[in-house]
Design a protein around this ligand. Structure first.
Ligand code: ADP
Ligand code: GN1
Ligand code: MG
Length: 367
C-alpha cells in the first residue's frame, strides 16, 4: 500500500505545509522520500520508512543516531563558520512524544531529517578535488567521534564487516541453496572461497592487539557523502545507521571501493571496471589529513589492503544474497545481485594487480 506521506509528515514537529512527497535518492536499504514544503522560507525534509528486516532494533538504532548527531552538532557549532544545518544531520522529533521516530498503523518505523539544501552527490568520482574532499570529510567524521562520551554505541548490525561471519553465511546458503542457484554461480563462489584465509588478516591483527577498535561509519560508499552544489566542497557524510565500533580499514576501504572504481558498483560492462590509483591517492591524502595523526603503524601499513577487503566483503554479501533468493538488497532486475558480484570481483582483481602502487602511495603520504 502506498504510504500517506502527508499524514506521516503531519506527525513530526516540522515547519511549513506539506506540498508533495516523492521517492528520493540511490539508497539500497530504506524507503526514502523527499518532502517539499509550500513555503519558500521553510526547510524541505527527508522522510524514511526504515527497513526493520535489516535493522531489527530500531529504538536502539535511533538512540545511536541521536547520540552521534548531537555530538557532531556540538562540535560543528563550536567551529568558526560551522553550519549545523548543512554539515550534520538534523533529526526532526515526533510532535507528541518528542522521540526521533514514529510507528504507523502497520507497525512500520519512520524518521525525518531536515533536507540538506543545495547538495549533490556522486556515484563515480572523476576529479582529484572530489576524491580529496570525500577523504577529508570522512577522516574528519572519524576524528570528531573519537571522543564521543558515554558507553559504546550499540552494534546495530552485529558482525557487520566481520568477514569470517559473512563467509559462514555464504557457506550456509551454499549448503541449503534455497533458490536453486548455487550451481550456476560456481565460478564466482570459487573466486570468493580461494581468498578466504587471506581476507581474515585484519581479524588476526586485531586478535594480536595491533589494531584498535574505533568508532567508524561503516558505510562510507561515496554516494553517502553530500557536496555543496555551488562550491563542490564536501559537506558531510550521511547514512549513519551503521555508525558503531569498527576498524579504520572498514571506512577507508569502502570509500575507495566506490570512489576509485571507474565504473558503477553494479556495472554490467565489466571492461569498464577498474581501479584509479590517482583517485586512491587523492582520497588517501584527504582522509589522512584529518585522521592520520590518530592511526598507529599497523593501521597505516594495512590501509592498502583495506579496499581489497571491503570489495571482497561486498562481493561475498551480494553473492550470498543472490544465492539466497534476493532477500536483503533492493534489486532492479532478477540478476542484479549477480551483476553486482561480478563487478566487485572484477574490481578486486584489478586492486590486487595494483596493490604495490597503493602501498607506495601510502608510504609517500605518511613518510
Ligand atoms: P540508505 O541506507 O537506504 O542508503 P540513506 O540514509 O543513505 O539511506 O538515504 C538515502 C538517500 O536519501 C541518500 O543517498 C541521499 O540522496 C538522500 N538523503 C538522506 N538524508 C538526506 C538529507 N538529510 N538531506 C538530503 N538528502 C538526504
Ligand atoms: C547498502 O545503505 P546503502 O545503500 O548506503 C549497505 C552497505 C553496502 C551497500 C552496497 C546497512 O548501503 O553495507 O556497502 O549497500 N548497507 C547496509 O551498495 O547493509
Ligand atoms: Mg545510503
Amino acid at each position: 500500500m502506498e504510504p500517506d506521506l502527508r499524514k506521516i509528515f503531519g506527525r513530526f514537529r516540522t515547519e511549513g505545509t506539506f506540498l508533495e512527497g516523492n521517492s528520493f535518492g540511490p539508497g539500497h536499504i530504506h524507503d526514502t522520500f523527499r518532502i517539499l514544503t509550500a513555503e519558500k522560507e521553510c526547510d524541505d525534509y527527508i522522510l524514511q520508512r526504515l527497513n526493520s528486516n535489516v535493522f531489527t532494533d530500531i529504538p536502539r538504532l535511533q538512540e545511536n543516531m541521536e547520540r552521534v548527531t548531537t555530538h557532531l552538532r556540538d562540535k560543528i557549532s563550536a567551529r568558526d563558520g560551522g553550519d549545523v544545518k548543512r554539515e550534520c544531520l538534523t533529526l526532526v522529533p515526533d510532535r507528541e512524544s518528542g522521540k526521533s521516530f514514529i510507528t504507523d498503523e502497520e507497525g512500520r518505523y519512520w524518521r525525518m531529517f531536515i533536507f540538506i539544501r543545495d547538495h549533490t552527490s556522486y556515484e563515480r568520482v572523476d576529479t582529484h578535488h572530489k576524491a580529496f574532499e570525500g577523504g577529508r570529510i570522512t577522516g574528519r567524521f572519524q576524528a570528531m567521534l573519537a571522543d564521543l562520551p558515554g558507553p559504546p554505541l550499540h552494534e546495530t548490525i552485529p558482525d557487520f564487516h566481520n568477514i569470517a561471519w559473512r563467509l559462514e553465511n555464504l557457506h550456509q546458503v551454499l549448503a541449503t541453496d534455497p533458490a536453486g542457484r548455487a550451481e550456476s554461480v560456481s565460478y564466482e563462489t570459487d573466486e570468493i572461497l580461494r581468498r578466504e584465509e587471506e581476507m581474515k588478516i585484519i581479524l588476526r591483527l586485531v586478535t594480536k592487539g595491533l589494531i584498535p577498535l574505533r568508532i567508524t561509519h561503516n558505510d562510507t560508499k561515496f554516494n553517502n557523502i553530500l557536496f555543496d552544489r555551488q562550491t563542490d566542497r564536501a559537506l558531510l557524510i550521511i547514512d549513519l545507521d551503521t555508525v558503531m565500533p569498527g576498524y579504520v580499514h572498514y571506512d577507508f576501504g569502502d570509500a575507495i571501493r566506490t570512489a576509485a572504481n571507474r565504473a558503477e558498483e553494479d556495472s554490467e560492462d565489466l571492461s569498464l571496471v577498474s581501479m584509479d590509483t590517482e583517485i586512491f591517492r587523492a582520497y588517501a591524502e584527504g582522509f589522512l589529513s584529518e585522521a592520520g595523526d590518530t592511526l598507529n603503524a599497523t593501521e597505516i601499513e594495512y590501509l592498502p589492503f583495506a579496499p581489497k577487503l571491503l570489495t571482497y566483503i561486498m562481493a561475498t554479501r551480494f553473492l550470498t544474497d543472490y544465492i539466497d533468493g534476493d532477500n536483503y538488497y533492493k534489486i532492479k532486475h532478477p540478476l542484479h545481485n549477480l551483476q553486482r558480484t561480478r563487478a566487485q570481483l572484477t574490481l578486486l582483481r584489478d586492486m590486487e594487480a595494483q596493490h604495490n602502487t597503493m602501498t607506495q602511495i601510502i608510504k609517500a603520504i605518511t613518510k
